[in-house]
Design a protein around this ligand. Structure first.
Ligand SMILES: NC(=O)C1=CN([C@@H]2O[C@H](COP(=O)(O)OP(=O)(O)OC[C@H]3O[C@@H](n4cnc5c(N)ncnc54)[C@H](O)[C@@H]3O)[C@@H](O)[C@H]2O)C=CC1
Ligand SMILES: O=CCc1c[nH]c2ccccc12
Length: 319
């Protein structure tokens, strides 16, 4: 089998069949499994198509975004995190076709934000852009849903996602940026969210008070966006701990942090335009952080608070 560095040099020439996840990830006893109510297991790390790639309201296909997604798929990523609001669902659809990887081998998440007033219409528009007839996971992008602003209540929006799952337009359903109080509002629904995608990293170990423990106790899979903020905003208290561990394990800082996310039983969503980083962020096997090393990052990270998203809504609450 090609070694990973050789892989990076050749990855654009990989045959369209490319690598199968089983070829690129040894099954490690410590590796968490993120199993959904449908029985599907969510691959990780997810490749993000927001943040770096935002183009809201711009329907033109950005080749650089397509190429980045194709590169990630050819390197072995099998989970794409999308959202209607990013404006990049068209690029995801083109990239899946160009990758030559069968659709059923790719776990595709998308989300509804601005047009949450009609989730069915929103999902149908997303499926058209993605060039697929179902998504694997559909999320309410945020909980700030009111009749005044969107013409629908949070509870009704959630019930609509339950209907969309029953109709087969999505295999599983969940939420993003929800706090404990939001989850309590759908406690009595026919189905409960399977996923809560939140901002999570050493500098934000609870996006809102108690949300990680509450979500995991209730059986939700917690997904982490912005896991690498301590790298994108260097100079914080985790740097020394992470750098020492990177040296100890012969890995880069990104791999240490993504491994820390997994050790917290949270699924990381990250992104990069660089194939080398894409490969590095995907290569998370072959080592495990000890509980003491995980705790060292917990403690160091708790000394600094960074929130990048939803500050208008959540402010800078330190959960
Ligand atoms: N549900 C929501 O409200 C949100 C969801 N997301 C999702 O999460 C995805 C990832 O979010 P990000 O903040 O971009 O994640 P992130 O914290 O992984 O940051 C990615 C950035 O880190 C840098 N980077 C990547 N790999 C690196 C490495 N190995 N070493 C050093 N630097 C590295 C690159 O500059 C890259 O743009 C988004 O694309 C989107 O899909 C992001 C924000 C909010
Ligand atoms: O999901 C990404 C974060 C986000 C929060 N608000 C907006 C608005 C438009 C695009 C992305 C986002």
């Amino acid at each position: 089998m090609l070694n990973r560095l050789q892989l990076i040099k050749n990855h654009l020439q990989l045959p369209s069949s490319t690598l199968r996840l089983s070829q690129t990830r040894s099954i490690h006893a410590m590796a968490p499994t993120f199993k959904l109510p449908s029985g599907a297991v969510i691959p990780y790390p997810a490749f993000g198509t927001g943040t770096k790639w935002y183009k809201p309201g711009d329907p033109t296909i950005n080749r650089a975004v397509v190429d980045a997604i194709v590169s990630a798929l050819k390197l072995g990523y099998r989970h794409i995190d999308a959202a209607q609001t990013y404006g990049t669902e068209g690029e995801v659809g083109v990239a899946i076709k160009e990758s030559g990887i069968p659709r059923e081998e790719i776990f595709i998440t998308t989300k509804v934000y601005q047009n949450v007033g009609d989730p069915k219409k929103a999902l149908e528009e997303s499926l058209k852009l993605l060039q697929i007839d179902y998504v694997d996971l559909y999320l309410l992008h945020h909980p700030f849903i009111t009749e005044e602003k969107y013409g629908i209540t949070l509870e009704k929006a959630w019930e609509t996602l339950i209907e969309l799952k029953a109709a087969g337009l999505t295999k599983d359903i969940g939420v993003s940026n929800w706090a404990v109080g939001d989850l309590e509002r759908v406690e009595g629904a026919k189905e409960y969210p399977a996923v809560n995608q939140i901002e999570f990293n050493p500098y934000l170990q609870n996006q809102t008070p108690g949300i990680v423990e509450y979500s995991q106790k209730k059986g939700l899979i917690v997904e982490a966006f912005t896991p690498l903020v301590s790298l994108t905003e260097k100079g914080g208290p985790v740097d020394e701990v992470v750098d020492k561990l990177a040296t100890k394990y012969g890995k880069d800082a990104g791999q240490i942090i993504l491994k820390w996310v997994l050790a917290r039983n949270v699924l990381p969503i990250t992104t990069s335009a660089k194939p080398e980083r894409q490969l590095s962020n995907f290569s998370l096997d072959g080592f495990e952080l000890t509980p003491e090393e995980v705790e060292a990052i917990n403690v160091a990270g708790s000394k600094k608070h960074v929130r990048k998203y939803w500050t208008a809504e959540y402010g800078h609450i330190t959960a």
